[in-house]
Design a protein around this ligand. Structure first.
Ligand code: 26V
Length: 818
C-alpha cells in the first residue's frame, strides 16, 4: 500500500471549462493560476489539491484573525498544549466538515471536472506522532477550537514523521515518510517569530549575584503555523510547530577556502533537530538528539509564551493568571526548568516566587505506567547539554526533599523515590518527577490508570501532595471519528434522532429507543455492510486478498506491542483454525481477522509478531477447507487515514491488553462509536466503556489489574496454564514447531519459549477466558437481531467519550478557563 498514490493512480476526467462557474470555482481556478502557477489544462491532481486547500484556507484566515483579536481584546487566559507529537492526519476534509463547505466545494470542483474525493485521497497524512498520545493531542486541538477556547499547540515540524511501513515477505520494512514532498499548503512560516536556543557551555555568575548561562552553541527556532478549525468554524486556533536553522547557515570563509563540509556543518547539525520523529512509543531512545529535540521545542515554546504574555500584559508575575501550559507526557518536562530559568535569570524573580508561578502555570498528563517508558536522562549528559537547567533542578530538588523530610512517614526509601535524581545506579534525571513537582495538576487518562498512578509510580509523591493527581478520561473528536469517517452512519443518525448529536455527542443516547426496532436495525446493518464492502475493496486493491463483507470483521488496530497482546489474538486464531478443521460440521460464524499497526524499528518481538500474523494469514487464507469461515489480513502502513477506513467497517473491536497496562486506549472509543462491539479486558477506558454501554453490550474477559498484580506476587507459572489448556498447548506447539513457518521452522520457537518461561504479559493466564468470550461472540453473531441491538447500544452509549467532554474537564479543573 502506498501513502501517496502515484499520480497516474488517480483518474481525473479531462478538465472542462465550467458551464456556469460558481464563485467558489472561480476562486479555485484563480488559486490554481496565480498561487500554484498552473494552467487549468496542465494541472495535475496535486495542483488541484493545492489550489483547493489554498482557497479553503482563505476562508479560514478571517476567522483565524478574528479569533486572535477576540482573545486579545478580552485579555483572555490562553491554553498552551506542549506535545512532541501531533498525529493530525489529513486536513482538507476536516476543514471542509467544520466549515460546512463540503457540498459547496464538491460542486465547485465537479463543475471543473475534478472529483473532490479523489483529491482528498492524495493529501499526505501528516503523521507527526507515534500512536495514541499523538492522536489525542490532535483531537484535543480540534476540541479546544470547537469549544471556543483560545489555545496554541506547540510541537516540532518534523521533516520526516512516522515511518512508512511496507510488508516484504511478511516482515515489516521501514521507509522514510515524506509528507512535505509537495510542500504543505496549510502552513504559514512566521519568520518574525524566531528564538535563539542554546546548548552546552557554562554558567557564570553576574555582578548582582545571579547566574547566567553562556551556551557554547546556539540554533534558531522559527515558528510554522497551521490553522485548527473548530466545529462549525466557531474559532480557529494555531498549531505552532518549530523548525530549526543554524545561526550562521553558511560559513563563507570555510566555503571560500574550499571546505564545503565545514561551511555547512552548522546548518546540518541544526537541521538534525527537526529532521525526524523518534518512532518508539514506549522505549526511550536515551539518545542525546532526543533530549536536544525536547529542549529545543520546550525552550522555543516557553520563550514564545513569555514574549506574548509580556506584550499583552506587561507583567511577568501575572503569567499563571493568563497562561495554562499542559505537558503532554514528560517529553516537554524540561520546560519546568526552562521556565524557572526565564523567570529567575531573565526576569529577575526570586526563586520562591518563580517556583510558585511555575507550579501554578503547568499541568502534567501521564500516559503510561510502563517502567521502561518513563524517561530519565543520564545526569552527565543532561549537565553537559543544559548546565544551568541542571543547577535549577538541584535547587528544585533541595526544596522538594526538604519538604518531604518534614513528613513523619518519609523514610529513606520514600525520599529516594521522590527525588528528581535516580541514584539507584548510574545517576539519572527523572523527568516524571520533575513534571510532577513542577505542576499544580498531574492527571491520568482513565479512571483505573489514575488509581494505579497513585498506587505505583507516584505513590510517594502522591502521599506528599495528595491533592495533585486527578483523572481526565480521554476522548476522541466525533467530527473526525464519526462525521468524516462514517458519513453514512452520520446520515442515518440525523434522520433518526435529529441533529442534536452533532453539537453534543452524548445525544446519540436517543438511539437507544431504536435499538430493538427491526427496521432501524436493518438500516444500521446496511450502513455497516456498505462500509465493510468499501474496506474490502481497498484491501483487495492493496494486498490482493478478497474478503466477504458478510463475515464478521474482527479488528485489532494499534501499535504492535507485547502488552497489547496481538499475540493472544493470533494464537486464538490458530486454535480456532484448528477447531474449524476438526469440526467443520459446526455452525461457525464466518470471521475476518484484521490487524494493522507499526512496530518500533528496534522492537524485535513486535516485528516477529507481525511476521507471525502474515505467516498465519498465508496458510489460513489458502486453506480451502476453511475458506468461507476464516480469513486473516495484516493491512500495511497503519495511519490515521487507514484508521478512518477500518473504524467504520468493524464489527468487533479487540481491546485485550494485560489489565493495568493500557493507560486508556482511544481506538476502543472510536470503534464503539461506530457500532463495533468490544471484546476486552478490564483495562484503561474499557472499564468506563462498559459502565456507559452496560455489561450486556460488551464482552469482558480475563484477569483484573488487581488479579494480575496478585498473580505476579504469588508467583505466576505460565507452563501450568498451558498444561491445563489443550487448545492453548496445541496452538503453541503448532507455532513453535514451524507449522506456519516451514521455510524456517524454528522462527517462533524463542517467542513461544518466552510464553512458557515468564509470559510477562500473562497471555496464558487469560487464554481460556478469551477463547470462551470469542465463542460467545460467535453465538451472538448468529442471532442478528441481538447483535445489532447491542451494536446500536454501543453507538448510543459512548457519546460521553467525545474529546469535547474531556477538554471541558481540563478547562474547568486544571486550566480554569471555563
Ligand atoms: C514514550 C516515548 C519514550 C521516548 C521515545 C518516544 C516515546 C514516545 C512516546 C512515549 C510514551 C508513550 C505513551 C503513550 O503513547 N501512551 C498512550 O497514550 C494514549 C493517550 O493517552 C493512551 O490512550 C494509551 O493507552 C497509551 O498507551
Amino acid at each position: 500500500m502506498q501513502d501517496h498514490p502515484a499520480l497516474s493512480d488517480v483518474t481525473l476526467p479531462d478538465p472542462k471549462p465550467p458551464a456556469a462557474p460558481t464563485p467558489l470555482a472561480e476562486r479555485i481556478v484563480a488559486s490554481l493560476t496565480y498561487r500554484v502557477g498552473k494552467d487549468v489544462r496542465a494541472a495535475r491532481p496535486h495542483d488541484w489539491l493545492a489550489a483547493t486547500i489554498l482557497t479553503v484556507r482563505d476562508q479560514i484566515i478571517d476567522r483565524w484573525m478574528a479569533s486572535t483579536r477576540s482573545a486579545h481584546g478580552a485579555g483572555a487566559k490562553r491554553v498552551y498544549y506542549l506535545s512532541l507529537e501531533f498525529l493530525i492526519g489529513r486536513l482538507l476534509r476536516d476543514a471542509l466538515t467544520n466549515l460546512g463547505m463540503n457540498e459547496e466545494v464538491r460542486e465547485a470542483l465537479a463543475s471543473l471536472g475534478v472529483d473532490l474525493a479523489a483529491i482528498e485521497e492524495i493529501e499526505p497524512d501528516a503523521a507527526l506522532g507515534n500512536g495514541g498520545l499523538g492522536r489525542l493531542a490532535a483531537c484535543f486541538m480540534e476540541s479546544l477550537a470547537s469549544l471556543d477556547l483560545p489555545a496554541y499547540g506547540y510541537g516540532i515540524r518534523y521533516v520526516n514523521g512516522m515511518f512508512r511501513q511496507r510488508i516484504d515477505d511478511g516482515w515489516q520494512v521501514e521507509l522514510p515518510e515524506t509528507w512535505l514532498a509537495h510542500g504543505d499548503p496549510w502552513e504559514f512560516e512566521r519568520r518574525e517569530s524566531s528564538y535563539h536556543i542554546g546548548f552546552g557551555g557554562e554558567v557564570v555568575s553576574t555582578d548582582t549575584g545571579g547566574a547566567k548561562w553562556r551556551p557554547a552553541e546556539r540554533v534558531i527556532a522559527t515558528a510554522v503555523d497551521t490553522p485548527v478549525v473548530g466545529w462549525r468554524g466557531v474559532r480557529v486556533n494555531t498549531l505552532r510547530l518549530w523548525t530549526a536553522q543554524a545561526v550562521d547557515p553558511l560559513k563563507l570563509e570555510a566555503f571560500n577556502a574550499g571546505d564545503y563540509a565545514a561551511a555547512l556543518a552548522d546548518s546540518n547539525r541544526a537541521e538534525q533537530l527537526t529532521r525526524v520523529l523518534y518512532p518508539a512509543d514506549a522505549h526511550p531512545a536515551g539518545q542525546e538528539l532526543r533530549l536536544r529535540q525536547e529542549y529545543f521545542f520546550s525552550s522555543a515554546s516557553l520563550q514564545d509564551v513569555v514574549r506574548r504574555h509580556m506584550q499583552y500584559f506587561g507583567d511577568i508575575r501575572t503569567l499563571a493568571d493568563k497562561a495554562a501550559i499542559q505537558l503532554n507526557d514528560t517529553h516537554p518536562a524540561v520546560s519546568v526548568a526552562e521556565l524557572m530559568r526565564l523567570l529567575v535569570d531573565v526576569h529577575d524573580l526570586e526563586f520562591d516566587e518563580a517556583w510558585r508561578i511555575t507550579q501554578a502555570t503547568f499541568g502534567y498528563t501521564n500516559h503510561t505506567l510502563l517502567p521502561e517508558a518513563l524517561e530519565t536522562w543520564p545526569l552527565p549528559m543532561f549537565e553537559r547539554l543544559l548546565p544551568r537547567h541542571m543547577q535549577l533542578i538541584y535547587a528544585i530538588n533541595a526544596r522538594l526533599l526538604r519538604e518531604a523530610r518534614s513528613r513523619p512517614w518519609a523514610d529513606d526509601r520514600a525520599i529516594s523515590a521522590i527525588s528528581l535524581i535516580d541514584e539507584s545506579g548510574e545517576r539519572r534525571v527523572r523527568m516524571a518527577n520533575l513534571a510532577f513537582a513542577g505542576a499544580h495538576s498531574v492527571n491520568g487518562v482513565a479512571a483505573l490508570h489514575t488509581r494505579l498512578m497513585k498506587q505505583t509510580v507516584f505513590a510517594d509523591l502522591h502521599r506528599l501532595y495528595p491533592e495533585r493527581i486527578n483523572n481526565k478520561t480521554n476522548g476522541i473528536t466525533p467530527r473526525r471519528w464519526l462525521q468524516q469517517c462514517n458519513p453514512a452512519l452520520t446520515g442515518l443518525l440525523r434522520e433518526t434522532i435529529g441533529d442534536a448529536f452533532l453539537d453534543r455527542t452524548e445525544a446519540t443516547s436517543a438511539l437507544e429507543a431504536h435499538a430493538d426496532e427491526g427496521d432501524f436495525q436493518a438500516r444500521f446493518a446496511a450502513v455497516k455492510r456498505a462500509n465493510k464492502a468499501a474496506l474490502s475493496d481497498h484491501i483487495r486493491r492493496h494486498i490482493a486478498v478478497r474478503l466477504d463483507p458478510d463475515a464478521m470483521f474482527d479488528v485489532q488496530i494499534k501499535r504492535i506491542h507485547e502488552y497489547k497482546r496481538q499475540l493472544l489474538n493470533i494464537v486464538e486464531t490458530v486454535a480456532l483454525y484448528d477447531d474449524i478443521r476438526s469440526h467443520p460440521e459446526r455452525d461457525w460464524a464466518p470471521r475476518v481477522k484484521i490487524f494493522a499497526g507499526k512496530a518500533a524499528s528496534s522492537y524485535h518481538n513486535a516485528k516477529l509478531i507481525i511476521k507471525l500474523a502474515n505467516d498465519v494469514a498465508r496458510r489460513v487464507n489458502a486453506d480451502t477447507s476453511t475458506q468461507d469461515l476464516l480469513k486473516l489480513v495484516f493491512v500495511p502502513n497503519y495511519n490515521v487515514s487507514l484508521a478512518e477506513r477500518i473504524v467504520p467497517a468493524a464489527d468487533l473491536s479487540e481491546q485485550i491488553s494485560t489489565a493495568g497496562m493500557e493507560a486508556s486506549g482511544t481506538g476502543n472509543m472510536k470503534l464503539a462509536l461506530n457500532g463495533a462491539l468490544t471484546i476486552g479486558t478490564l483495562d484503561g477506558a474499557n472499564i468506563e466503556i462498559r459502565d456507559r454501554v452496560g455489561p450486556d453490550n460488551i464482552f469482558i474477559f480475563g484477569l483484573t489489574a488487581d488479579e494480575v498484580a496478585g498473580r505476579r506476587q504469588a508467583g505466576y507459572h505460565p507452563a501450568d496454564c498451558i498444561a491445563q489448556s489443550r487448545e492453548l498447548s496445541q496452538a503453541l506447539t503448532a507455532i513453535a514447531s514451524g507449522v506456519f513457518s516451514p521455510d524456517d521452522p524454528a522462527r517462533y520457537s524463542g517467542l513461544v519459549a518466552e510464553l512458557y518461561n515468564d509470559d510477562r504479559f500473562m497471555l496464558c493466564a487469560d487464554f481460556d477466558a478469551y477463547t470462551r468470550a470469542q465463542r460467545e461472540v460467535d453465538a451472538l453473531w448468529r442471532t442478528p437481531a441481538a447483535w445489532w441491538s447491542k451494536a446500536i447500544r454501543n453507538t448510543a452509549g459512548v457519546g460521553w467519550f467525545s474529546s469535547d467532554r474531556t477538554i471541558s474537564e481540563y478547562a474547568r479543573d486544571i486550566w480554569e478557563v471555563m
